[in-house]
Design a protein around this ligand. Structure first.
Ligand SMILES: Nc1ncnc2c1ncn2[C@@H]1O[C@H](COP(=O)(O)OP(=O)(O)OP(=O)(O)O)[C@@H](O)[C@H]1O
Ligand SMILES: [Mg+2]
Length: 504
């Protein structure tokens, strides 16, 4: 197959207060699977948006097979076979339409523009052929709203490769996926590069999987490319992290020395209306960090939201310091000094159009008042503290959160609750999409909270995180707690045993 090459020459982008890209010389040929890695805010998504025609103000030049091209709008990029799947898959799909309609969207839109009659039978047939070609098994007549996140992603990839596609950009596709779903996606990526004349650009903070599927590597730091190489046995995680952060960094999860006191928070026989949470009971002591482990779909997020009054409860009690709480809404939960960092940061975790400083004080505004008036100075002082301790990359505390990189938005979502004065903190997958350095910062701050005698509930499907920072673990499967384990004496395989429905 004839190779196609895209190349940027001295491409730069400047936003107010931020030089997001400086003289980027990046190139890739079809057949390659390229990893693009870098710390939060390094410029990965910005560079990919340039290639996708979504950052029209770039300076510098871009060449396709040596011929200069202008990528000033998404249509120009699509024309050249450059497709991107953004991380927020929901925003790119039409949930109330079928899988076939979503896959064939480009064709349908072109048809509508020319007022051509739509042949539904052929739309379904062509969509099915595309899925078959990719070996994806999803019913084309299903509504997109009925699909799992992983299936939605597959639909977007199918749409991307439905027309001509030479370059497929996947921006953090695996962040919300389970291990099995990730494996499926990797099989698809592998199949695509072998059977079609395509290059894949893959962005991820999970360096292990980068090494597993990519052939070449580009490392970015502060808007520049700092390393480019083929992936060989010498390309180790410490090597990559070193290039990313510009310093040696050893991932060590500091387990804080805390004094664990009496039981502070209890959930008894909790069930939700929908049947996703069934008879869940657990307790957390003062100064204790408990983990809620389990695979994607086990009901962990549903449990958090039910406790927090964000989903209807059917039965059960939530008890703080021996007193049963009446929580019917998140407002009730906050009044009772519970805090929840939710999983879906853009939708639920932050006020995307507000400033960084406002968000960092939004969980408990009363804390930042002088009398009855909110003091901007107090809010700004608080913001500076968390911008520093979490390494939030922003030109100032006044920046709109929407303009931060994905990982930095996540840090704001976490910082918002760290700043509030809660008794019980629930963190639902707080490290999703954050780089290795920031992950360490988040762990340190969670450790400090426990040290102050608060109760922490840490929810994740990453066993390594559970083993690193918790004192005790509850494992969920099918909406129920299937195991309770002491972190010190348990193991990866024991947690896996209970996560897959094992019983002893
Ligand atoms: N539209 C914009 N306006 C202002 N600043 C922006 C805009 N888009 C991106 N930035 C800034 O450019 C820098 C690079 O952001 P980018 O989203 O490319 O980072 P990233 O490498 O993708 O990080 P992450 O791993 O967190 O997703 C960041 O400092 C970000 O805040
Ligand atoms: Mg990004």
């Amino acid at each position: 197959m004839e190779k196609i090459k895209i190349e940027t020459k001295n491409v730069s982008i400047e936003f107010p207060g931020v030089k997001a890209l400086s003289d980027i010389n990046f190139s890739i040929e079809t057949g390659d699977i390229r990893a693009v890695v870098g710390a939060n805010g390094a410029g990965k998504s910005t560079l990919m948006k340039v290639l996708a025609g979504a950052n029209p103000t770039y300076t510098g030049e871009i060449f396709l097979n040596g011929k200069k091209v202008e990528l000033r709008n998404p249509a120009a990029s699509k024309e050249l076979g450059i497709e991107i799947v953004y991380q927020e898959v929901d925003m790119a799909l039409f949930p109330s339409q079928t899988v076939a309609e979503n896959i064939m969207m480009n064709k349908l839109i072109t048809g509508m523009k020319h007022k051509a009659a739509i042949n539904w039978a052929s739309i379904n047939k062509e969509a099915k052929e595309t899925l078959d070609r990719l070996r994806i098994d999803i019913d084309v007549k299903k509504l997109v709203s009925e699909l799992t996140l992983a299936e939605k992603q597959m639909v977007l990839i199918a749409r991307a490769v439905q027309g001509t596609c030479n370059f497929l950009i996947l921006d953090e596709p695996t962040a919300p996926l389970s291990t099995a779903e990730t494996e499926k996606l990797f099989a698809l990526v592998d199949h695509l590069t072998k059977t079609e004349n395509i290059a894949i650009i893959f962005i991820s903070h999970r360096l292990q999987e980068v090494l597993q599927i990519c052939r070449t590597l580009t490392v970015m730091r502060n808007g520049e490319i700092v390393d480019e190489c083929p992936i060989t046995s010498e390309t180790t995680i410490p090597y990559i992290v070193n290039k990313m952060l510009g310093r040696t960094f050893e991932e060590n999860f500091p387990k804080p020395e805390t004094h664990i006191g009496d039981v502070m928070f209890e959930v008894k026989d909790l069930s939700d209306e929908e049947g996703m949470v069934k008879d869940v009971s657990f307790y957390v002591r003062k100064g204790e960090i408990i983990g809620i482990s389990g695979l994607v779909g086990a009901g962990k997020s549903e449990l958090c939201k039910t406790i927090f009054g964000d989903r209807p409860k059917k039965a059960g009690k939530v008890i703080l310091n021996g007193k049963e709480l009446s929580i019917k809404s998140p407002t009730d939960a906050v009044k009772n000094k519970l805090g929840l960092v939710p999983e879906e940061r853009r939708k639920e975790g932050v006020l995307i159009d507000e400033s960084v400083y406002f968000n960092l004080s939004a969980a408990d505004l009363s804390k930042f008042c002088d009398g009855i008036v909110v003091s901007k100075k107090k809010q700004l002082d608080n913001a500076e503290k968390y911008i520093k301790s979490l390494g939030i990359k922003t030109p100032s505390a006044n920046q709109r959160v929407a303009l931060l990189s994905g990982g930095n938005q996540q840090k704001v979502a976490v910082g918002k609750w760290l700043a509030a004065d809660c008794e019980v903190y629930i963190f639902d997958e707080p490290t999703k999409g954050v780089d290795v350095g920031a992950k360490q910062d988040i762990f340190t701050l969670i450790g400090e909270i426990a040290k102050q005698g608060k109760s922490v509930i840490y929810v994740t499907s990453e066993t390594s995180e559970i083993l690193a920072i918790t004192d005790r673990v509850y494992v969920m499967y099918g909406g129920r707690i299937t195991g309770e384990l002491e972190t010190e004496t348990t193991s990866d395989s024991e947690i896996m045993f209970y996560s897959t429905g094992g019983q002893k």
